[in-house]
Design a protein around this ligand. Structure first.
Ligand code: SF4
Ligand code: SF4
Ligand code: SF4
Length: 891
């Protein structure tokens, strides 16, 4: 990445930017993965494997340990041996490093920890971002620096290493998990030659010479002291750490001069004569800056102090940027401290304790990546206008219990970018295609780009929302898009589940991937969507990307087709001919390793993507269509309606604090028997059973990770009932005599049937692959064959009856056989695991064997996530209300 003295820009995320600068100064990396920091370690590992050199001309030695405590121990040892060592972590992983952080600090070792700051697991685990993990280290003595954006990560990750070497201190460099770690921005890349030029050679030499060495430095370090001297020895380091802010300022100044971007321990943005000021750190500062720019243009006296150096917290540098005119300060903390006030608030109040004329208030925001947008910031500035503002407040939520929240106040911030929002299904390639789009636009045009991806926590099959912005100037909007120029949806079923058009600008464009032909759209899409399209005077396009995918041999991969359609409908970003050429080039380089056929299929799909677009006339009279109050049907089950269904409809963002005070959920508990009811409808193709061919082996049920295909032995009465339900749904129920495997059932006149739960099946195809009948060809099909889900929806009412309203009959099979155990009730069904997961069938099998007696302490990992992705879990109880009791035990 040589810059040859000219600026080089690239689209990347915060983890990549940090890893780029960290690699430059690292000799040993002790690593252990944890979301959302893992990509930093993965990049360093990949680059080392590829032979990339750091600024010393060496490859980084990467050591993967068995936990974060080990990773911290490994870098401690490497540093004592004279190697510059680094690690990467987040959340409870960082907490596991705390014992060694104290050692690094006490032994004055220049280790660096890069942290993608993430919520700590409390009543629940969350992979998303806030500052509770880094705050938990503030007392260790490690120097703590904050990056506020992806560009900051690139610019300041190196400063962390330089400060460590120069100051002989450990440094933690942190930034917002997900919001910054996973946000893609087009940024200026830092050149290694320049970074090399900043190394304090004398300090580095001193560090090396000080290393433990049996030949040159045989000393004992980290000794054992007693009550006579420990205290004094601690105080003896005071001057050493007091020097740190000046060292930080020195390197930030050098970076500022080199980049033209302003860095210092604290910086100020806003009116020079500001009276109302916010102090904050992290990505929210960009949102505050955007809001301030608008307010200052209106003549309001407001400003922002950005915290770049959090520890040591320097009163001198804070006072240096504080306008003399300030009367009120609001400090924003991205964490909650119980029993006292939040850390940054306390730091600011103490540092400015001599400013008796200033009023201080403090607020919490953004816990677990909760979105914070300009309307929330505007509300804080309005609160500061009051004679008696709330001393303690929250923003971004509605607290109707303790009434601490401040309501958002809408504000229009000027933006010269195009905003695009993409709804996708986890693992359907939408996110990957959008990352590719950002790179195509960011790396091949003068445009700046930003991309942020919002997920739920299902391993796959959940809803993803990609927030993309493109514009001629750098983009500083780290919050969700709620006024989109363009919205795309890759899943037809979302039209019935979510209010997607709500976030479309008036006159914006909406694209839906659907099998519904244009002439039937009016009759088959919900009124809510049609009305919203008419209200917004939207441009409405549809595309049958699934059919194009089949036609171009892309299977179920519709992502490149929809990417092409996006470029076609957004020629204001780039002429389509240019984007077409770039998409084709990207497909060639991405799929070259997979062979020419795959490349050609992708190119064909890309070309068809624009041809398949159909414009649908939005009729003004749709605006008069009646709509229902809810997106979902109410069931009368209070928890299911008020909690599960609302969260699944993406209404969780707007739920109030009081929705979580009831005894069912307040301590992080979740009722069971939820996942089967959710009926996520995410498969494109599902198996159809052929009774005639089936040999009743039970292998399909044994292999299905989701427990959505099961054998049933029906009594005469049950068979009659199931047949009646089938008839009501327009088909003839098929079944057969039980095989000799179920001899007793046959003798008693029971009937055998394999039943699919269509709306819960994820379409992974595992059951069809394991079915031992036939060979899967047209001439010799298996007993299960893939059919479009629409043709099998009629099966679901029968599944509801057989799965939930008939007793299990394990007595007819031998539980030591595959066929027999498949008759046992699964106490684990329809989990949030990936389609085709190889692990989940074991969980299901164990639940069949022992479920009514199981109490599980589930360590953190995939199974923890797919067993507890709120609002649903895969556990079911039997008729006596017995089932699996489960809890997560960390790491
Ligand atoms: S396709 Fe997958 S999820 Fe569906 S029934 Fe078969 S194995 Fe189960
Ligand atoms: S795997 Fe095939 S043959 Fe065996 S029970 Fe299932 S459908 Fe029948
Ligand atoms: S173990 Fe299962 S859930 Fe986890 S990543 Fe693999 S397939 Fe997905």
């Amino acid at each position: 990445m040589s810059t040859e003295n000219k600026k080089v820009f690239e689209a990347m995320d915060g983890n990549t930017a940090t890893a780029h600068a960290a690699y430059a100064f690292t000799e040993v990396a002790g690593i252990y993965p944890i979301t959302p920091s893992s990509p930093m370690a993965e990049h360093v590992d990949d680059w080392a494997t590829a032979g990339r050199k750091n600024v010393f001309g060496d490859k980084v030695k990467v050591v993967e340990m068995q936990a974060e405590g080990g990773a911290a121990g490994a870098i401690h040892g490497a540093l004592q041996g004279g190697s510059l060592a680094t690690t990467f972590t987040a959340s409870q992983g960082l907490l596991l490093m705390i014992p060694n952080i104290y050692k690094l600090k006490g032994e004055l070792l220049p280790g660096v920890i890069h942290v993608a700051a993430r919520s700590l697991a409390t009543h629940t685990l969350s992979i998303f971002g806030d500052h509770s993990d880094v705050y938990a280290c503030r007392q260790t003595g490690i120097v703590m620096m904050c990056s506020h954006s992806v560009q900051d990560c690139m610019d300041l990750a190196g400063v962390a290493h330089l400060v460590a070497i120069d100051g002989s201190v450990p440094v933690m460099h942190f930034f917002d998990g997900f919001r910054t770690s996973h946000e893609y921005d087009k940024i200026e890349v830092m050149d290694y030659d320049f970074l090399r030029s900043l190394i304090p050679a004398d300090k580095l030499e001193a560090f090396r010479a000080h290393a433990l060495n049996p030949h040159t430095n045989p000393v004992v370090r980290g000794d054992n002291q007693n009550d006579d001297i420990f205290f004094q020895a601690e105080e003896a380091q005071n001057k050493h750490f007091e020097a740190v802010p000046e060292i930080v300022e020195k390197y930030m100044k050098k970076i500022s001069e080199h980049t033209g971007r302003n860095y210092a321990p604290f910086t100020y943005i806003g009116a020079p004569d500001a009276e109302r000021v916010i102090v904050a750190m992290g990505s929210v500062t960009d949102t505050i800056t955007e809001t301030i720019n608008t307010l200052v243009a209106r003549g309001e006296k407001v400003g922002l102090i950005k915290v770049y150096l959090y520890r040591p917290f320097s009163q001198k540098y804070l006072e240096a940027v504080l306008p003399a005119t300030v009367k009120k300060i609001a400090v924003l903390d991205r964490a909650k401290e119980v029993g006292t006030r939040e850390p940054l608030f306390l730091d600011v109040c103490y540092a400015l304790r001599n400013h008796k004329d200033i009023t201080f208030i403090g607020g919490r925001y953004g816990l677990s990546s909760k979105d914070t947008n300009p309307s929330h910031i505007n509300a804080v500035f309005e609160e500061l206008k009051k004679d008696a503002p709330k001393e303690e407040f929250t923003i971004g939520i509605e607290d109707d219990v303790t009434n601490l929240s401040i309501s958002p106040i809408d504000i229009h911030v000027d933006a010269d970018y195009t905003s695009c929002l993409f709804y996708g299904l986890g693992s359907d390639g939408t996110v990957g295609a959008n990352k590719s789009t950002v790179k195509i636009i960011g790396n091949n045009t003068d445009l700046y780009s930003q991309a942020y991806f919002a997920y739920d926590s299902k391993k796959a099959g959940g809803v993803t929302r990609s927030h993309l912005r493109f514009g001629p100037t750098p983009i500083h909007s780290p919050y969700y898009i709620n006024k989109a120029d363009f919205i795309s949806c890759s899943q037809e079923s979302y039209a019935f589940k979510f209010d997607m058009v709500r976030d479309l600008k008036e006159g914006g464009t909406f694209l839906l991937n659907t099998v519904i032909p244009a002439e039937e759209i009016e009759n088959r899409l919900p009124n809510r969507m049609l009305k919203a399209l008419a209200d917004k005077k939207a441009n409405f396009y549809i595309i049958n990307a699934n059919a194009i995918a089949r036609e171009t041999h892309m299977g179920s991969h519709t992502n490149t087709i929809l990417q092409s359609a996006f470029f076609k409908l957004n020629e204001q970003i780039m002429p389509y001919s240019k984007s077409l050429a770039l998409m084709e080039a990207s497909a060639r380089s991405t799929y070259a390793r997979k062979g020419e056929d795959v490349v050609n299929n992708n190119i064909a799909a890309i070309n068809k993507g624009s041809e398949g677009l159909v414009k649908v006339e939005v009729k003004p009279e749709w605006a008069e269509l009646p709509t229902k109050a809810q997106l979902f049907e109410l069931t009368g089950d209070a928890h299911y309606d008020n909690n599960v269904q609302r969260i699944n409809a993406l209404e969780g963002y707007d739920m109030k604090v009081s929705d979580f005070t009831n005894e069912i959920v307040i301590d992080g508990s979740m009722p069971e028997n939820i996942s089967f009811r959710e009926k996520r409808n995410i498969a494109a193709y599902v198996p159809e059973w052929n009774a005639e061919k089936c040999i009743q082996c039970g292998q399909c049920a044994f292999a299905c990770p989701h427990a959505t295909i099961r054998p049933f032995l029906m009594t005469e009465e049950e068979c009659a009932k199931a047949s009646e339900i089938a008839k009501e749904n327009g088909f003839e129920l098929t079944y057969k005599e039980p095989s000799p495997l179920y001899g007793k059932a046959k003798a008693e006149g029971l009937k055998f049937r394999i039943q699919l739960a269509t709306e819960n099946c994820v379409g992974c195809g595992v059951c069809m692959t394991v079915c031992p009948v036939g060979d899967g060809t047209k001439e010799n099909p298996r007993a299960l064959t893939a059919k479009p889900i629409a043709t099998q929806m009629k099966q679901q009412p029968v599944a509801d009856y057989l799965y939930k309203n008939t007793p299990e009959k394990p007595q007819y099979g031998n539980p030591n056989t595959v066929a027999g155990v498949s008759l046992e009730r699964p106490y684990f069904e329809v989990s949030g695991c990936c389609p085709g997961c190889g692990e989940a069938p074991y969980y299901r099998l164990v639940s069949q064997l022992f479920g009514r007696d199981m109490l599980v302490a589930n360590a953190t990992g995939c199974s923890m996530i797919y067993c507890s992705a709120t609002p649903s879990n895969p556990f079911a109880t039997n008729d006596q209300g017995e089932g699996i009791a489960w809890a997560n035990s960390l790491f």
